[in-house]
Design a protein around this ligand. Sequence first.
Ligand code: MSP
Length: 518
Amino acid sequence: MNKRFYITTAIDYVNGQPHIGHAYEKIIADVIARSRRSLGQEVFFLTGLDEHGQKVQQAAQAEQKNPQDYCDALAADWRAFAQKLELTNDDFIRTTEPRHKEFVQAALAQLHAAGHFYKARYTGYYSTREETFLTEKDRRPDGTFDPAYGEVVELQEENYYFKLQAHQQWLIDYIGANPSFIAPDYRRNEVLGFLNSQTLEDLCISRPAARLNWGIPLPFDPNFVNYVWFDALVNYISAAAAHGDPTVCAAIGCAPGPQSPPLALWPADIHVIGKDIIKFHAVYWPIMLKAMGLPLPKQVLAHGWWQKDGARISKTTGNTIDPIAVINEWGLDAFRFYVLRELDIGPDGNWTDAGFKARYSAELANGLGNLVNRSLSMLKRYRQGVVPARHDELAADAAKAADETRALLKQNQLQSALQSIWGLVNRANQYVDQTAPFKLAKDPAQALRLDEVLYNLAEACRVLAVLLQPFIPGTAARIYAQLGLSGTPDKLDAAAWGGLTAGQTIGEPAPLFPRKDV
Ligand code: MSP
């Protein structure tokens, strides 16, 4: 059984509507998943929904629905959203599914039996919105708590705690010895800075069922439900167990599901997450895994946050971007291209409508779209759409773009890969201007030269389709179809120069990115 390249996203809170931040993260993971398949690897891509906890319970109550019905209705919207983005996820996990709940209980029972938990009484502050306990250290200089915590109440209650402190030095050493565990580098440094300067407080992993019952009951004490973050993080291995992953099943003692054949997934290769949830993924999650006797994921890849017009995205102030509206107006690939080209994985980004339109117009309509359209239209007009004999004038430029893209995709450098691919787009557009095929066509003595130019252009378009497939798969497929090629350009090896055969007939050229008056 070959281990698959296993990539996951954060699972989104089911309450609320998908926004650009959710879309961005899922698209990053999708492009990496498609890239790896294109490079010949077997991939498993997981995404899904985080459905337990107080926020969901309260939102359901506000709509006078039972929480499960509430989640089921919203889950349909989120699944449709994943389809709208044309994600190639292999599974979609919901934390209210029996396969997940049973697994979480098995993991909790095992950790409890091994002595990782203890029960204690807590007196202090609690943020309902963040479902988290606060201490005096969390107060701001003026004595108040950050408004992001919402209402903060004083609480006194018993709960179960997970012993973290004993693992602190191990984690520091692990991160030090595995520099690619947290990416980008500056996020690793932040985590190390935190771990080296503060003593880890034990993690409260329960909530009294009397206060919050929308959660997974602790198998060893039904008066409590599991803390939503513990439950949520476990999705990455409960999904693996559901597919019969031997490593997870051996560690947790779960029976593999009914599917056949079982898949080897764990450890995950990449957890794609936002910068706000690094502590959960790079501190709590590794310790949970260690306690369960499981290897750690190979990488936690943290992306930045989108703002709009320089301000935080917020439903309350109306400062939002509706990805579905953008996709309906401009097309999915324009949206996928913009978020990936505009923002590298790591720093924060700023969406402006003007910036979006400028990239659409310059890089998609006038860049790639114009290249493909004029290349194929000229081939149609001057050679009845029949591919001339092979010629290699742009072969070196294409090979450069392909080699760079291959190397960059292996390092998940998506923005740089797009820059390199556009190196070829620009070179080919420049080649049209330099060789002026429309002038060559007027001179019968230049017929051979025109053949050469037309071959180079059509073949450059084909190579571009292959390189672009992970990023803008719909456009890549359309370029292939317009070239009269069957199949999908989904293997990077096909980027080798010379794939178009003399004598074959292309399909119908049509604009890929219609120009819009903006
Ligand atoms: N449910 C938790 C994650 C559990 S993972 C075991 C959660 N959900 S969330 O819906 O609030 O966020 C989901 C993902 O979207 C997170 O990775 C978060 O960083 C990302 N984003 C939310 N808003 C964002 C932006 N404005 N910009 C970019 N990504 C952002 O946290």
